[in-house]
Design a protein around this ligand. Structure first.
Ligand code: NDP
Ligand code: GDR
Length: 354
C-alpha cells in the first residue's frame, strides 16, 4: 500500500486533535500546521506528541499560518501530502463581526492559498483536499432540513468567508480536476470544544456553579436551535469523504435540532439541579430560578447583529454514499461534556478553572 501522508491545518483545534488521533490510528504519517503563539497552544494534541528526533515518529508539527502563502507552499512542498484537511479558521461566528477582514483573509483567502499551493507544486494528481465548510452557509432559513441542494444565505462575516472557501473548492475541482471536497458540517462539540462556544461555556459554567466556584451563567440568545453532534463522529466523516473515488460535497449532521435553552436544562440536570424558567422572553432578559436564585441570565452583549435561528441537517447523502452516520446522541454529548468539565474543574486550581 502506498504511503498515506496527511497535512492538517488547524491541528491544535478541536477537530484537528480528533482527526490527528484517527489518522495516526489508521497508520498515516500526520503533519500539522500550528500557529506561533506566546504560550503553548498544543494542549489538545499533547498526548500524541512524538519526539521528532526518534526514528519512526509519525506525528510532525510545522509553524505556519493560513495568511502566509509562501509558508504554506513551503510546507506542502516539504510534506508532499496525499491528503490535506483544511480545518484552520477563525471559527467563532460572533468574533467574526469584530474581526471581519481577518476572518475573510484566514477563512476565505486561506482556502485559496492552499488550493493554489497544490496547483503551483503540480500535486493535482497526488493530493486530495478537504475543506471544512459549515452549516453557517445556510444562515437565514430557506428550507428545513438543510441539505446539499439548499440555497446558501450566510448571516455573518464568518459565513460569508466560508462561502468563498466553499465555492473556491468547487471551482478548483471543476477547473483543474482536483480531488477537492467540502464537508458541510453542522455543529459538533466535545470535551475539547473551545471554551467560548455556547455548549462548552454552558458545561463549564454548570460545573463551576455545582462546585460553588461561580454564581451565575451569562448567555445570549437562548432560543437559537442547533443540530449538535460529537466531533469524534464528524472527523470520521471527513476521512470518509476523502476516501471516495470522486470528490463531492456532503452534509454531515444528526438530523435532530435542540434549543440552546434545552441544552442548558440538560446540563443542569446532569448535576442534579432542576431549572425553572420564569417565562420572560430571552431578549428582554431571560431568568431562571432555583429556590429563588437566578442561575442563568441573558446578557445582550452576546447577541449577534444577525443570527442564525434554526439549523437542522439532512445527512441522507452521506449515509447513502459514504455509509456515515453519527453515533453519539446529543443527550449523551451533554452528559459527557458536563462530566469532563466537572472532573477538570475539581482538579484545576481556581485561577485556571474559571
Ligand atoms: P477550532 O476553533 O477549535 O480550531 C481552529 C484551528 O484553526 C486552531 O488550531 C487554530 O489555531 C487554527 N487557526 C486559526 N486561525 C489560523 C490561521 N490564520 N492560520 C493557521 N491556523 C489558524 O475549530 P474546530 O476544530 O471546531 O473547527 C475546525 C474547522 O471546521 C474550522 O474551520 C471551523 O470553521 C469548521 N467547522 C466547525 C464546526 C464545529 O461545529 N466545530 C462545524 C462546521 C465547520 P489556535 O489553536 O492557535 O487558535
Ligand atoms: P455557532 O456556535 O455560532 O453555531 O458556530 P456557538 O456555540 O458560538 O453558538 C451557537 C448558538 O448559541 C447562541 N448563544 C451563544 N453563543 C456563544 N458563543 N456564547 C453565548 O454566550 C451564547 N448564548 C447563546 C448563539 O447566538 C448561537 O445561536 C459554530 C462554530 O463552531 C462555527 O465555526 C461552525 O461553523 C458552526 O458552529 C457550525
Amino acid at each position: 500500500m502506498s504511503r498515506k501522508v496527511a497535512l492538517i491545518t488547524g491541528v491544535t483545534g478541536q477537530d484537528g486533535a480528533y482527526l490527528a488521533e484517527l489518522l495516526l490510528d489508521k497508520g498515516y504519517e500526520v503533519h500539522g500546521i500550528k500557529r506561533r503563539s506566546s504560550s503553548f497552544n498544543t494542549g489538545r494534541i499533547e498526548a500524541m506528541y512524538q519526539d521528532p528526533h526518534v526514528e519512526g515518529a509519525r506525528f510532525h508539527l510545522h509553524h505556519g499560518d493560513l495568511t502566509d502563502s509562501s509558508n504554506l507552499i513551503r510546507i506542502v512542498q516539504q510534506v508532499q501530502p496525499t491528503e490535506i484537511y483544511n480545518l484552520a479558521a477563525q471559527s467563532h461566528v460572533q468574533v467574526s463581526f469584530d474581526t471581519p477582514e481577518y476572518t475573510a483573509n484566514a477563512d476565505g483567502i486561506g482556502t485559496l492559498r492552499l488550493l493554489e499551493a497544490i496547483r503551483i507544486l503540480k500535486l493535482e494528481d497526488r493530493t486530495r483536499f478537504y475543506q471544512a465548510s459549515t452549516s453557517e452557509l445556510y444562515g437565514m432559513v430557506q428550507e428545513v432540513p438543510q441539505r446539499e441542494s439548499t440555497p446558501f444565505y450566510p448571516r455573518s462575516p464568518y459565513g460569508v468567508a466560508k462561502l468563498y472557501g466553499f465555492w473556491t473548492t468547487v471551482n478548483y475541482r471543476e477547473a483543474y480536476g482536483l480531488h477537492a471536497s467540502n464537508g458541510i458540517l453542522f455543529n459538533h462539540e466535545s470535551p475539547l470544544r473551545g471554551e467560548t462556544f455556547v455548549t462548552r461555556k454552558i458545561t463549564r459554567g454548570v460545573a463551576a456553579i455545582k462546585l460553588g466556584r461561580q454564581d451565575k451563567l451569562w448567555l445570549g440568545n437562548l432560543d437559537a436551535k442547533r443540530d449538535w453532534g460529537h466531533a469524534r463522529d464528524y472527523v470520521r466523516g471527513m476521512w470518509m469523504i476523502l476516501q471516495q473515488d470522486d470528490p463531492d460535497d456532503y452534509v454531515l449532521a444528526t438530523g435532530e435540532t435542540t434549543q440552546v435553552r434545552r441544552f442548558v436544562e440538560w446540563a443542569f440536570e446532569d448535576v442534579d439541579i432542576a431549572l425553572e424558567w420564569d417565562g420572560r422572553e430571552a431578549d428582554e432578559k431571560g431568568y431562571c430560578r432555583r429556590t429563588g436564585k437566578c442561575l442563568v441570565e441573558v446578557d445582550p452583549r452576546y447577541f449577534r447583529p444577525t443570527e442564525v435561528d434554526l439549523l437542522i441537517g439532512d445527512p441522507s447523502k452521506a449515509k447513502q454514499r459514504l455509509g456515515w452516520s453519527h453515533e453519539t446522541p446529543v443527550r449523551d454529548l451533554v452528559r459527557e461534556m458536563v462530566t469532563a468539565d466537572l472532573a477538570l474543574m475539581r482538579h484545576a486550581p481556581l485561577a485556571q478553572a474559571l
